[in-house]
Design a protein around this ligand. Sequence first.
Ligand SMILES: [Mn+2]
Length: 353
Amino acid sequence: MRISKLREKTGELDGFIITNQINIRWLTHYTGDNGLLFITKDNAFIFTDFRYKESSEREVKNAEIIIIKEGLVEDLKSSNIMKNLKKIGFESEAVTYRKFEKLRSLFNDKELIPLRDEVENLRMLKDEKEIRFIREAQRITDEVFRDIKKSLHKDMTEKDVRANIEFLMHRKGAEKPSFETICASGKNSSLPHARPTNKKIKGFFTIDMGVFFNGYASDMTRTLIIGEPTEKQREIYNTVLEAQNKAISAIKPGIKLKDLDKIARDVIKSAGYAKYFGHALGHGVGLEIHEKPKVSEKSTEVATPGMVFTIEPGVYIPDFGGVRIEDLIVVKENGKEDITHSPKSLQEMATPI
Ligand SMILES: [Mn+2]
C-alpha cells in the first residue's frame, strides 16, 4: 500500500501533513481539489469540504473522510488528532508562507519539519495499473496523430491543426489534453514551446501533444516536413532521430539517466548542433505531465523498472526551424518498452501536401 511505503520512508515522524493534491490523489485515490491528508503511524484522515463529501466517500478506501466546518488546518486542530503527536512533517513545496504561519501558530507546541519530494520519489516507480493507464493515454495519442497526418492539407493553419487534434482527443476517449498542444511550423518550429498561430503550415512542422486517461498523462512529439525535404532539413532530422534512437537503445535498469542524456547530446554535438539543443533529454510522466525523474546532465537517478519517462532530443535553429522527436519509455526488468508507436522515419514524416 502506498501510504505504508511513505511511512517506511518517514519513520521518524509522528504525523505527515500532505497538501499537494496530486500526492493526495496518488496516496488515496481522492480526486477533489481542496483537501488535506494527515497520516499518522496507524491512521490516515482526509479533510475536505462538503462539495467532495459524496465523491470522496466513493473514491477513498484507505483514509477516514472528515468534512470541515471552518478550514482545512483549523479543523485538523479541532479534531484533536494531533493532540499527543510531536514531530509533524509537511510538504515544503506545497504549503504557502501564509499557510505555514497558520500551522505554526495553531501547532506551536509541535516540531514542524519541512520535507521535500517524499511522495514524488515514490511516484517515480509506477505499478502495472498506472502503466496501463499511461499506455492507454499514449494509444489514444498515436491514433490522433495517425488521423491528423492523413487530414493535413496546404491551406491549414497551425491553429486549425491544433483544433482538429483536440477534437479527436476528446472523440477518442481522452479526459483532456495533458498540456497545451504545440503545433509549430516553419520558423515557429525553432521555439521549443511555440504557441499555434494563424500561419499556414510549411517546412518543419512540430506537433507535441498528449492526453490524460484516468488521470495519467501521455506525451509525444513528431516533426513532419511539409513538402519535399531539403538537404539541410534531412541532415537535421536524421541527427535528432539518431540521437533519440541511440539513447532509447541504451535504456536498461541500472544505467544512469545522465548517461542517457550524454549519449543523445554526443550525437548532436558531433553533427555540429550542440548549441541548438538547450533543454534536458527527458522527464518523468505520470499523474503529472512533468514529474520525476528528470533525464538531464544533472540527473542523479538510475533507470529502475517502473520508471516512465520521455526521450526527446531536439535541434532548434533560430530563424530557420527546429526538430524534436519524443517517445515515452517504460523501464522494465529486462530492458525497456517504447510505448509510442507513431512512425518517425524521415520518409514517413515527409508530407507532400
Ligand atoms: Mn515532453
